[in-house]
Design a protein around this ligand. Structure first.
Ligand code: ADP
Length: 593
């Protein structure tokens, strides 16, 4: 731009300079009017003397610029010349159309001719008298313009050199200035790229306090702010991550189309899947629901879903959806919380089952009692053969109900944790012998009376004292239950084998009978409340279906374990394992002291 400006100015200037140089050259060769008047006066006379006088005036006129001066009269005859070599041309007609034109028109003519070099030719008409139209001749002046053109050329060269120097200086200066501007900008660009990569350690250098310096300072402040907010949001994200990963509920977040964008570990565990298989998939597919994802997202009520149905890992999950809305009301996604309600559902179901069982169990004896009492009321009480039988049945049913209520109460106490276990150290051998003695007594007295079943008890207890810490009343209830079952579910004359085995840290009591046995599929269930393999038989035997459930609760309260083994038709064996710590000799010694 600078160069162009210089060139335009230069062109204008040189043109002006050319013109004024030529004009001043033109005026410098202009013959003063006093001289032309003198020439005209001599021309008019047309005498020899006058011609001499004219030649004198021409030679006297001293203008070094003029190289050739010729005076002609109005007939175009050369009358005087400045160049001595041309003297012989005096008196001859000039062969120049321009001169002829001037002498005929009386108008001055100036022209530049190229005749072995540049010359300016000026032809001035000579007039005499007062009338300017009275042309008596003309003066032909030729002057070399080489001096003028040399000056003009030198000026142009000078101007070219000056403009080149100016252009080079301008270029250097503009480089320096542009560098001063671009350097801070480049540094800012570099820093911006670092910030994009998450590197906030560098600062932009401030070179000046001008607009760029201010911009640099603002940029540095911006970088610090971004770093702080980045740290904050990073911390926030980590907190959220740790909350999500330590939550006991599963969490899935979706975008506004219902595609999963975030999932926590618990949700993956619940759904038994991997993160890669879930991200980007519609939420409805992920949780296995038939509704569309957008319908699901805006659902206000919870939905229960079953995963791994029919397998051991079957789970019931309660899914709750909430929309994520911006301040403007624009829905940007949703959050789905999965809550494991398997246990809760199981408990609710078993509670419902329990209530139904209890009602059923109580209704059966009450119905039969009601029937007998009705019969008695209707007159059977008068019949001495029937009345005692009927009353005995109602008594038995009442007893069974009382037993059942007592069993239920003790189970409820254990459930609520109000049944205290009062532990005391007992020699298990003595304790068992004492209970079994009681059963022996019963069988003896029963056989004397000819009532009830006959059985015999085989004891394999060993002689070693086995000291364990138990609640004797409750443990007696357990053994009574199992012994009674062994008697109840065995045919007459069966042998009940009671064995005590001691291992390093446990003592196992087994009670085996030769009864009906229990089908393999029922072995685990017989410890459930009200579960009976054969309901009718159990009821006929006066069973409540709660004996083994109570036994299990009591044994587990002693940190023990109870289980059964059986082969159908041959008999069943019940095992009770209790924790046992063999007493060392020193302790025995200490006891003796
Ligand atoms: P019940 O009062 O009916 O005997 P339990 O809880 O004591 O209730 O026993 C549950 C069920 O387990 C019984 O109904 C019976 O079917 C089965 N059972 C328990 N002990 C034996 C056994 N020794 N032999 C065969 N079946 C048994």
């Amino acid at each position: 731009m600078l160069l162009a400006t210089i060139e335009v100015i230069g062109a204008y200037f040189t043109r002006q300079f050319d013109q004024s140089s030529i004009e001043s050259f033109q005026s410098s060769i202009q013959i003063p009017s006093i001289v032309t008047n003198q020439m005209a006066n001599q021309l008019v006379k047309n005498t020899k003397k006058a011609d001499e006088r004219l030649s004198q005036i021409v030679s006297d006129y001293n203008n070094t610029t003029i190289s050739n001066l010729i005076v002609v009269d109005n007939k175009d005859i050369i009358r005087a010349v400045s160049n001595l070599n041309d003297k012989n041309r005096i008196g001859q007609r000039i062969n120049n159309s321009s001169v002829k034109k001037v002498t005929s028109t009386g108008q001055q003519l100036t022209q530049v001719i190229n005749d072995h070099g540049n010359y300016m030719v000026q032809i001035t008409p000579l007039t005499s008298g007062s009338g300017s139209n009275n042309t008596v001749g003309a003066v032909y002046v030729q002057a070399s313009m080489s001096g003028v053109f040399n000056t003009l050329r030198n000026t142009s060269i000078m101007f070219l050199v000056a403009s080149l120097i100016a252009a080079v200086m301008g270029a250097v200066l503009s480089l320096v200035i542009s560098r001063a501007i671009t350097r801070p900008i480049e540094e800012m660009q570099f820093q911006a790229l670092h910030i994009t990569d998450g590197d906030y350690s560098n600062q932009v250098r401030i070179y000046s306090n001008d607009e760029l310096g201010q911009l640099g300072k603002a940029f540095n402040t911006l970088a610090v702010r971004i770093e702080l907010s980045q740290e904050e949001s990073e911390g926030e994200r980590r907190r959220l991550d740790s909350v999500l990963s330590h939550m006991s509920d599963g969490v899935l977040a979706t975008d506004r189309h219902g595609n999963v964008v975030l999932v926590n570990q618990m949700a993956l565990n619940f759904l038994n899947t991997e993160e890669e298989a879930v991200i980007g998939k519609p939420i409805a597919d992920v949780i296995g629901v038939d509704d569309s994802s957008s319908e699901l997202m805006s659902r206000k009520d919870d939905i229960d879903i079953t995963v791994n149905e029919g397998t051991n890992a079957e789970m019931i999950l309660r899914a709750n959806f909430s929309l994520i809305k911006r301040v403007t009301g624009f829905v940007s996604g949703s959050v789905c919380v999965l809550h494991d309600i398997t246990e809760q559902t199981k408990n609710e179901n078993s509670q419902r089952q329990f209530v139904s069982n209890v009602s059923h169990e109580l209704r059966t004896p009450l119905t039969s009692m009601s029937a007998y009492i009705d019969a008695l009321v209707e007159g059977a009480w008068k019949d001495p053969n029937i009345a005692p039988k009927f009353l005995s049945v109602t008594q038995q049913e009442t007893d069974r109900m009382i037993r059942m209520i007592n069993d239920l109460l003790s189970l409820s106490r254990m459930d609520r944790g109000t049944a205290k276990i009062e532990l005391e150290w007992v020699n298990l051998n003595d304790f068992l012998s004492h209970i079994l003695d009681r059963f022996d007594m019963i069988v003896k007295s029963d056989s004397k009376n000819g009532k009830k079943k006959k059985y015999s008890i085989k004891r394999l207890l060993g002689n070693q004292a086995l000291w364990v810490e138990i609640d004797t009343d409750k443990m007696m209830q357990v053994i009574d239950n199992i012994m009674n079952n062994a008697i109840k579910y065995s045919p007459d004359g069966g042998v009940i084998t009671v064995r005590l085995i001691q291992s390093q840290d446990r003592v196992v009591l087994s009670i085996a009978d030769q009864g009906l046995g229990i089908p393999r599929k029922d072995l685990d269930k017989i410890f459930d409340r009200f579960y009976r393999v054969d309901k009718a038989r159990s009821r006929a035997q006066g069973g409540t279906g709660l004996g083994l459930a109570i036994a299990k609760e009591i044994v587990e309260a002693h940190k023990g374990r109870i289980w059964a083994d059986s082969s159908e038709g041959k008999g069943s064996t019940f095992f009770i394992s209790l924790p046992y710590e063999p007493m060392s000799d020193e302790e025995d010694d200490w006891d003796e002291v």
